[in-house]
Design a protein around this ligand. Structure first.
Ligand code: ZZB
Length: 258
């Protein structure tokens, strides 16, 4: 599985993370690295998700940068040219996801350039980097989770302002319009992020519809089919140092439905 690792620079740590991280990173610039299969949707990022119960690390990429991800992802990155020295994993800090929630980060290419880290219970430690950037216009899981968080901010221990950015139209599809994910959530009568079965179905439809029939509504490739824009957005992000290629080793890939 070939992901794009989106580098989301920390702008302001949550108080809990600040106390644990800042003194230990040796002045390095810290990024949350979110694994995505849909770089063309990055214009519509509204927040980022971590698993509140998962353990993350802050890993030195080199003398100047450090990445927040799972230890499993750091081991993979170390052998994919992301870390210097090659193959070496240098964990600067270990931190639980719940403490990262509330951190303000930059969202590369997004219409809203600064967003917050929010909790998502369905983030898997066994896939990607354990950091998921949220595009509620085109990801049914992200939309359902964002709505849950807005309904019960105290329950999820978040400040409502962290979940205040509305979905941004990024891709138009003939069947679902400019907001594919909200349209599917409504059509399949999905009530919350706990409706896992319907959400898996919605995700499958959203992927296919966006890829085969989607047209870009924003950005450098506005008006172009998603199939053409996808690779170009990815390439530009990587060229500008805002993203990195991240592959999941063969045989350890968790399937889309599983
Ligand atoms: C932004 C985005 C925008 C995504 C979209 C999807 C969509 P898959 O297909 O199951 O392999 N993701 C990445 N890592 C994790 C994780 N550890 N736990 C849970 N979800 C994760 O999953 C790849 C997608 O699942 C990734 O692409 C990421 O969300 C999320 F408009 O990034 B995506 C219809 C989907 N649309």
């Amino acid at each position: 599985q070939e992901y794009t690792g989106i580098k989301m620079a920390v702008v302001e740590w949550s108080p809990a993370a600040k106390a644990e991280v800042e003194a230990k990173v040796g002045g390095r610039k810290v990024y949350l690295v979110a694994a995505t299969l849909r770089p063309e949707t990055m214009y519509g990022q509204t927040n980022c998700f971590v698993g509140p119960a998962l353990t993350y690390g802050v890993y030195a990429a080199n003398d100047k940068e450090a990445y927040v991800c799972t230890s499993r992802a750091a081991r993979n990155m170390a052998f994919q040219g992301a870390f210097t020295p090659h193959g070496q994993v240098n964990e600067l800090v270990k931190i639980e996801g719940a403490k990262i929630v509330g951190t303000k980060i930059s969202a590369p290419f997004a219409v809203n350039p600064e967003v917050y880290v929010l909790p998502m219970d369905s983030v898997l430690a066994t896939k990607g980097t354990g950091v998921v950037t949220s595009v509620p216009s085109d990801s049914p899981d992200d939309y359902a989770t964002l709505m849950d968080l807005r309904k019960k901010p105290e329950y999820y221990k978040i400040d409502p302002s962290w979940a205040a950015i509305d979905p941004v139209p990024v891709i138009s599809t003939p069947t679902y319009g400019d907001m594919t994910a909200p349209a599917l959530v409504q059509k399949l009568k999905i009530q919350s992020a706990k409706d896992a079965k319907q959400l898996a179905e919605a995700k499958e439809i959203a992927y296919k519809e966006g890829f085969y029939n989607g047209t870009m509504l924003v950005g450098e490739f506005k008006g172009e089919p998603v199939q053409e824009a996808k690779g170009k957005v990815r390439e530009n992000m990587i060229k500008q140092g805002l993203a990195l290629a991240y592959a999941e080793p063969e045989g350890l890939v968790v399937s889309r439905s599983g």
